[in-house]
Design a protein around this ligand. Structure first.
Ligand code: ADP
Length: 250
């Protein structure tokens, strides 16, 4: 689905991504790991249109998508999850979900207030979809909680839920497990696997927890110093001398 070819992202003279090439197969849950500073987040940001590359190419289903805006990529079904922005904390969990399509299409739902009946029908449909998403993620009980008041792990589930409000093809998840307890991490892992199997989502996941990666991801791609160092199953990666050395060197 995604082919990254010889991608570079330099900050001044610093080569955060330094000639990375990789493929994310349709239908896979691909793990992206590597020591701190390896360039994983920068690579995500370039693929997802948040940062322009210095050079190189990103393709989606054979089409050159290099440098497209997050908005344009969203319409192609390429999504990257983001922390719930501060200003959405005072909205409920359900409202956070209902905002997604309006935000991403740039449509000003609130400006068309005079088209009341249309808005009411849209709102009903959005609400029904949001409730389906909450049910899928087993967090229906949080629907009316303020987003600011839910736990870190629950916020991660909400971030995942936001991708389900639209028809995503590929979702980039950054550090799903950071600060999340084991039980919720398992719930998040289950949701990822079910979205993959039942809805055909492809995933690319950055995560430090190797047990989580091993349970979910195949293949696992290892980055170090801005390049792809190795790729294989979690077991192959764990036994790879170059990978062990890259981690020990940090
Ligand atoms: P990872 O996600 O693998 O930990 P990052 O992509 O966050 O790695 O960072 C790779 C390197 O690029 C780090 O050394 C980081 O300090 C540097 N870097 C990231 N963003 C910037 C930026 N905007 N300006 C300068 N250096 C940056």
């Amino acid at each position: 689905m995604i082919v990254v070819h010889d991608l570079h992202k330099h900050f001044g003279g610093f080569r955060a991504v330094n000639g990375a090439s990789l493929t994310i197969e349709t239908g896979s849950i691909t793990g992206l790991i590597g020591p701190n500073g390896a360039g994983k987040t920068t690579l995500f940001n370039v693929i997802a249109g948040r940062l322009p590359p210095t050079s190189g190419r990103v393709e989606m289903d054979g089409e050159d998508i290099t440098g497209l805006s997050p908005h344009a990529l969203f319409h192609k079904g390429l999504l990257r999850t983001f922390q719930i922005a501060h200003e959405f904390g005072s909205m409920t969990v359900r409202e956070n979900l209902m905002m997604v399509p309006a935000q991403q299409t740039g449509e000003t739902l609130w400006n068309t207030w005079f088209q009341r009946s249309r808005i009411r029908a849209e709102e009903r449909a959005l609400r029904a979809r949001a409730d389906e998403v909450l049910d899928f993620l087993t967090i229906s009980h949080l629907a009316d909680e303020k987003a600011a008041n839910i736990s870190g792990g629950q916020k991660k589930l909400l971030e995942l839920g936001r991708t389900m409000m639209v028809d995503a093809k590929i979702v980039f998840l950054d550090e799903v497990g950071a600060g999340v307890n084991r039980t919720l991490l398992n719930t998040i892992g289950d949701a990822i696997v079910r979205l993959n199997r039942e809805r055909g989502y492809t995933f690319c996941v950055i995560e430090h927890d190797m047990d989580f990666i091993a349970r979910l991801c195949n293949p696992v791609i290892v980055m170090a110093e801005g390049q792809v160092l190795a790729q294989g199953s979690a077991a192959e990666i764990r036994a790879n001398d170059a990978v062990i050395e890259a981690y020990l060197g940090t």
